[in-house]
Ligand binder design. Structure first.
Ligand code: SF4
Length: 185
């Protein structure tokens, strides 16, 4: 099958790409208007592109419009996992529309390599977004490869972010780090 693989960042691309490319023709699509600020968006993209170049992987980029993401999650800012499901639906919808327009057979996402993301929310969003675009959603679970992906990305010296992507997740991650520090005394 021709699969368009949504990639959230370089470190998360490594293992899902290797898993899929043994059976499919895979093109990567960076569709992440959730990432804040723009400098962070670019840093993650550059990390992804450096890795893709080293492997000869084709990468497409969708437009970065933070307002699109803000509209998608409006009213859901304090709703977990509702906010993230809406965020996944937006990003996978962008990839699904591009995949359908270019005649791809299916869409998958690197998000399923992360133990920090809710797999049910990803699946729900992926199925819905792909159905709307008329392309198949390839349901995956790469979490058993997360440790290997982490080790490989560290060995390669890749930039590894410490928050999911949006401004809210940056604030939440900082609060969690502070709470852990306070518990340790
Ligand atoms: S925490 Fe991550 S998945 Fe959830 S809304 Fe923010 S960027 Fe999207």
């Amino acid at each position: 099958m021709r699969v368009m693989l949504h990639a959230c960042c370089g470190p998360c691309l490594i293992e899902p790409f290797d898993a899929l490319v043994t059976e499919h023709e895979v093109t990567v699509c960076y569709a992440n208007p959730n990432i804040h600020p723009l400098s962070e968006y670019r840093r993650r993209l550059e990390t992804l592109l450096d890795y893709a170049d080293s492997r000869g992987i084709e990468v497409l980029e969708e437009p970065y419009e933070i307002a699109t993401w803000m509209r998608a999650v409006a009213g859901l800012e304090d709703d977990y996992p509702g906010r993230c499901t809406a965020c996944f639906r937006l990003r996978l919808g962008m990839v699904a529309e591009r995949a359908a327009a270019l005649g791809y057979d299916a869409v998958a996402t690197t998000l399923t390599v992360s133990p920090y993301q809710d797999p049910d929310s990803i699946r729900e969003a992926g199925v819905e977004a792909c159905a709307a675009a008329g392309v198949r959603y390839l349901d995956t679970d790469f979490r058993d490869r997360y440790r290997t992906a982490t080790d490989r990305s560290r060995t390669l010296g890749m930039y590894r972010q410490n928050y999911c992507g949006c401004l809210l997740s940056d604030v939440e991650a900082q609060q969690q780090r502070e709470a852990r520090r306070a518990r340790r005394g």
